[in-house]
Design a protein around this ligand. Sequence first.
Ligand code: PRP
Ligand code: MN
Ligand code: MG
Length: 181
Amino acid sequence: MRQDIDYILIGEDQIKQRVAELAAEISADYRDLGDLLLVGVLKGCAMFMVDLARAIDLPLAIDFIAVASYGASTESSGVVRLIKDLDTDISQRHVLIVEDIIDSGLTLAYLRSQLLRRNPASLRICTLLNKPERRTADVPVDYIGFDIPNAFVVGYGLDYAERYRNLPFIGVLRPEVYQSA
Ligand code: PRP
Ligand code: MN
Ligand code: MG
């Protein structure tokens, strides 16, 4: 698995430190609001979600939502479908969406508009990684772990063809791996 990685973009310790910083910021921002609900977007959010939740020093609830986007290529088409909805009624709740990466922004633009219809008390977005160069859909992001260049990254939840999610770091995939597929 590691032989498929060209280089490590963000190391394990760097992730750990930034997650702690984000959690501290979120804890301070929500301290007086109460009633925080973390909504993780499956499956990429998995590692970030559990590490972030553990580091937030507030009572909170967690829930998950799963979406899929369709298209001829591996890139998001903008047509997003709900695979698994929330179990929680988010009306009057303070909702924080937790994502691993924002690329085109299409997934989050869709999710945000869907969740806003349910009248949450507030709706914010937290992403570990942000690729600003690739944005096509405008979506407001409240908490960003790292802005990254337009490279094919995997690890810490991020996959290529469902693999590499369990790498403890964010790595750049060797082009041979996806070019030969
Ligand atoms: C990835 C990633 C984000 C989304 C970002 O999910 O986890 O959810 O794409 O892309 P966008 O900003 O261009 O919409 P993916 O659809 O690969 O599903 P996964 O989380 O199960 O890997
Ligand atoms: Mn995802
Ligand atoms: Mg994926």
